[in-house]
Write a protein that binds this ligand. Structure first.
Ligand SMILES: Nc1ncnc2c1ncn2[C@@H]1O[C@H](COP(=O)(O)OP(=O)(O)OP(=O)(O)O)[C@@H](O)[C@H]1O
Length: 116
């Protein structure tokens, strides 16, 4: 039981490592995440504000990870141009875009009152 749990964590961490190697976007997300956390500490955000910031950070990271998974799967299935391959990758990228819009909206709502 503990062994199985440990194996699942191990594979999940291998996934994160693969992600960092394949997708440099994740590094830019990490940099923005650190900056946002520092800004949050500087303004001493309220608990609810932190919850929204954390949800936005994870929304972007999770969609990026899923997007990379879809890209790998599509590339495994076909190296040729295919309308469905394009649709799968574009729709998956759209999920990242939506999560980024959510993150920007949360950032603006939380930080604008502190800045102005
Ligand atoms: N096999 C394919 N058939 C049709 N269109 C494809 C195919 N592979 C990629 N595309 C198109 O090219 C775009 C870019 O695909 P790619 O695999 O290079 O991902 P990416 O967005 O550059 O991701 P990353 O930079 O994270 O690797 C896709 O969004 C899709 O529109």
């Amino acid at each position: 039981m503990v062994n199985r749990l440990f194996r699942r964590f191990k594979f999940a961490f291998m996934g994160l490592k693969t992600m960092l190697k394949k997708d440099m976007h994740v590094l830019s997300h990490m940099v923005v995440t650190v900056l946002v956390i520092l800004l949050g500490l500087f303004f001493s955000l309220e608990k609810v504000e932190w919850l929204f910031i954390i949800s936005a950070i994870f929304a972007v990271l999770v969609t990026e990870v899923m997007n990379t998974g879809v890209e790998y799967t599509v590339d495994l299935v076909t190296g040729d141009y295919h309308e469905y391959a394009k649709a799968a990758k574009d729709v998956s990228a759209a999920a990242v875009l939506l999560s980024c819009i959510y993150a920007v909206a949360v950032g603006l709502v939380v930080f604008i009152p502190y800045i102005f």
